[in-house]
Write a protein that binds this ligand. Structure first.
Ligand code: HEM
Length: 427
């Protein structure tokens, strides 16, 4: 075959299947040979240019005019006519939010809505995270085993996210179902028979998000980022239009917690399978912030993001025609030997771990990155203090939702001897 730039498609590129096999298991490993030999390649299976090296991924993030984020939330898999009809029934109409907005609208909007993310505002949420973490741990600390994803790491980031946004508690199970449907609808490849249920859930998600927003619009004095959004909409409807509010309400209800839940589970998985690192942070909790950063590098919860070329471009020596779609794989960039020393080693002393691209880079870099980091740090502080002897249950497999961007285990089973709990000896 021949790529849209006229160059031949290599055998590796033709065989690249991001919804199956090696990429689903370990995206950085799956792209190792590409990083070395063919760092930018056209993948006919998805119709995207895959970008694998650190410098190229960063360059794409950096130039959000030439490489527009407009397709960041586009469906990877075209919906069937039946699924489309279901979405229409719910008046589903996800448009530009923040993450897929172009300049100059994007930066004007981001500036207006930035204040709630400032460090001093975020510091207010930390006691709540710690209290929740302690309460949830109390429920299972004497039990000797837990599924960390389903017993704690899913619900706490969700609770924190709702609090941050100003959204009343909507029921964790329902929102979880919605978030899963949104992920599969946007970043998955669901077969036609699964698309129906996914579309129903995405439609209900849209409806629920709009009901929450309508309540806020009717009563806009509440606390939280989405209330602030509503107030800015009244003041600057040109910069914060209604369609933005409606789209963002739904998108952020998934983005603000799934990313953090997954990143936390990935970090615990990583540290518990690198026992020396786990023991070092138990001995010396001051190392936790750098351990968080190293985990975000080697096991980030967003492994790839998307851009579209607004003009003919060149990347890593490869010509990309105008309109070319790019899959920029942060997980691969984060393990590029051209940027990192011993890239495959988990090293909590690494002094440049913070240069990872898991939060993106440049104008669109994640606004919530410090919320995510804070939650991960608090979880590690509490667990290393109260359950330093906890171990991963051997033999479990990392089971991910089948999609190209979001990564985190469906469950994370751990066990310990409650008789050894430090607080029994030194309460
Ligand atoms: C954007 C990752 C947590 C809100 C992004 C982007 C990534 C990302 C990759 C796109 C960056 C780009 O295009 O350059 C993550 C990860 C998280 C996390 C890995 C957790 C570990 C959060 C949280 C919130 C949040 C907790 C909010 C409470 C946002 C917003 C944007 C964004 C509003 C859009 C920024 C813009 O386009 O200007 N995030 N995120 N994120 N994230 Fe996060």
């Amino acid at each position: 075959g021949v790529a849209p730039n006229g160059c031949p498609i290599s055998a590796d590129a033709a065989a690249f299947r991001p919804f199956d096999g090696p990429y689903q298991l370990d995206p950085a490993e799956a792209l190792r040979r590409a990083r070395e030999r063919e760092p930018v390649f056209y993948a006919p299976d998805i119709g995207y240019w895959v970008v694998t090296r650190y410098e190229d991924v960063k360059a794409v993030f950096r130039d959000n005019n030439l490489f527009s984020p407009a397709i960041a939330l586009e469906k990877m898999t075209p919906p069937t006519a039946e699924a489309q009809a279901i979405l229409r029934k719910y008046n589903y109409n996800l448009q530009r939010t923040m993450v897929n907005e172009d300049e100059p609208q994007h930066m004007e909007r981001r500036r207006l809505l930035l204040d709630d993310f400032l460090p001093e505002r975020l510091a207010r949420h930390e006691p709540m995270v710690r209290r929740l973490c302690r309460d949830y741990m109390d429920r299972f600390i004497d039990r000797g085993h837990a599924d960390l994803v389903n017993d704690i790491f899913y619900e706490i980031p969700l609770t924190v996210a709702l609090h941050f946004l100003g959204v009343p508690d909507e029921g964790a199970e329902r929102l979880r179902q919605f978030a899963v449907a949104h992920t599969l609808n946007t970043w998955g490849r669901p077969p036609p028979e699964e698309q129906i249920e996914i579309a129903e859930n995405v439609g209900r998600f849209w409806q629920t998000a709009n009901e929450i927003l309508d309540d806020m619009i009717a009563n806009p004095d509440g606390e939280g980022w989405m209330y602030e959004t509503v107030r800015q909409h009244f003041k600057h409807p040109d910069i914060v239009p209604e369609s933005y509010m409606r789209s963002m309400m739904m998108a952020i209800l998934a983005a603000a917690h799934e990313t953090t839940s997954n990143a936390t589970a990935n970090a615990f998985w990583t540290l518990l399978t690198h026992r020396d690192a786990w023991e070092e942070i138990c001995e010396n909790p001051a190392l936790i912030p750098s351990a968080v950063e190293e985990c975000l590098r080697v096991a980030g919860s967003i492994i790839a993001w998307r851009r579209i070329a607004t003009d003919d471009a060149e990347l890593g020596g490869v010509k990309i025609p105008k309109g070319g779609k790019l899959l920029i794989v942060q997980a691969s960039a984060n393990r590029d030997a051209a940027h990192w020393e011993n890239p495959d080693q988990v090293d909590i002393y690494r002094d440049n771990a913070v240069e990872h691209l898991t939060f993106g880079y440049g104008a669109h870099q994640c606004m919530g990155k410090n919320i995510g980091r804070m939650e991960m740090r608090v979880f590690l502080e509490e667990f290393t203090r109260r359950l330093p002897h906890m171990r991963l249950v051997p033999g479990q497999t990392f089971e991910n939702l089948r999609n190209i961007s979001f990564r985190g285990p469906a469950r994370l089973l751990v066990e310990w001897d409650p008789a050894q709990n430090p607080e029994r000896h030194d309460p």
